[in-house]
Design a protein around this ligand. Structure first.
Ligand code: BTN
Length: 335
């Protein structure tokens, strides 16, 4: 699929905004609004379909977008930030399409408190080198740059803290089902709802910069979702099941950045220990039998929680206690 240039995005975004009310609009009407021919409208409609949006075309009535949509919008995000967060956050960059929001920030010179969002990622990155499939305009792809002067050893538990921030936002909406799987997966009904990828550059012993990436499934749609190999769930399904009304993507981005920035501030002073019990209270495997896969070996035992640095504590059948510090592990529930 060809990439979206600025001119094309201008047209596509205007077209999406015209169709966002969910009503039917004739090609003629759309063309008049956009200052283009009906044939050009048809071309842009095809492009939206190619990007994964579902549209209906009814003879005599026109085109209609299936499912509500609100494009990411810096102004709306800003409106939902309080004064302190507005001054902390240095910039918001929103792309219609990008390889990876994490990758973008990692290439920029100054990334401290810069937020990067995209409607679609063409090479979204997941943990363990996996792709993060990123359908257009339906989910949240969020990366925040953050500088630390204390070196990597002072950043223990950081990615677990990010999980706590996402859970806080989801609880405030009223969702009770989502929980955490160590180290930083967010699941509901044993399906993936959100993932976190923290990447680091610079001097690991001194001043280093981090990119905190969050992928949150809001309303999965589009052919690319067939490429996802693990079970997934999205917020719109959860909201239906739990009977809560969902904020828009822009409101959610504002809530995520606000929660994350205020938690990072506290974390700088107190470390992860301040969040240990909060993390455990949303831990889906707390006191459960688990199998931990580490490359070709595995470890089975009872999950006792995490320590003050975010390491997983496991008691095996011989009552030996193991402290596990991340890496290439994946956790499977046995009960
Ligand atoms: C995981 O595998 O669980 C982590 C997924 C992280 C995905 C997010 S989406 C925004 C940011 N940009 C990326 O390329 N990846 C992260």
């Amino acid at each position: 699929m060809s990439s979206i240039d600025a001119h094309e995005w201008n047209r596509l975004a205007n077209l999406i905004n015209l169709l966002a009310d969910g009503a039917h609009h004739s090609g003629e009407e759309l063309g008049e609004h956009l200052g283009i021919s009906r044939a050009a409208v048809w071309k842009y409609i095809k492009r939206l379909e190619e990007l994964g949006l579902q549209l209906e075309s009814v003879k005599g009535k026109g085109y209609c977008l299936l499912g509500s949509i609100e494009l990411l919008d810096e102004k709306i995000i800003h409106q939902h930030l309080d004064a302190e967060i507005k001054t902390t956050l240095r910039s918001i960059s929103i792309f219609p399409e990008i390889e990876s929001t994490n990758g973008y920030l990692l290439k920029q010179a100054d990334i401290d408190f810069h937020l990067c969002l995209a409607e679609r990622q063409t090479a979204g990155r997941g943990r363990r080198g996996r792709p993060w499939i990123s359908p257009f305009a339906r989910n949240i792809y969020f990366s925040l740059g953050w500088r630390s002067n204390s070196g990597i050893s002072a950043l223990k538990g950081l990615s677990l803290l990010v999980g706590c921030a996402v859970i806080r936002v989801l609880r405030k909406i009223g969702l009770q089902k989502p929980g955490l799987k160590w180290p930083n997966d967010i699941l509901a009904s044993e399906k993936k709802l959100a993932g976190i990828l923290v990447e680091i550059r610079g001097d690991l012993a001194g001043e280093c910069e981090l990119v905190i990436g969050i992928g949150l499934n809001y309303q999965m749609q589009g052919a690319v979702i067939d490429e996802i190999t693990q079970p997934w769930i999205d917020l719109s399904e959860l909201a239906r099941v739990e009977g809560v009304s969902l904020p828009t993507r822009n409101e959610l981005v504002a809530a995520l950045i606000s929660e994350l920035l205020s938690m990072l501030k506290q974390y700088e002073h107190l470390g992860f220990v301040a969040y240990k019990s909060e993390w455990e209270s949303s831990h889906l495997y707390q006191d459960k039998q688990v199998e931990l896969l580490m490359g070709s070996s595995s470890l089975t035992g009872t999950c006792l929680g995490i320590d003050e640095e975010g390491a997983l504590i496991l008691r095996d059948a011989e009552h030996q206690i193991h402290y596990l510090h991340g890496g290439e592990m994946s956790l499977r529930s046995q009960s």
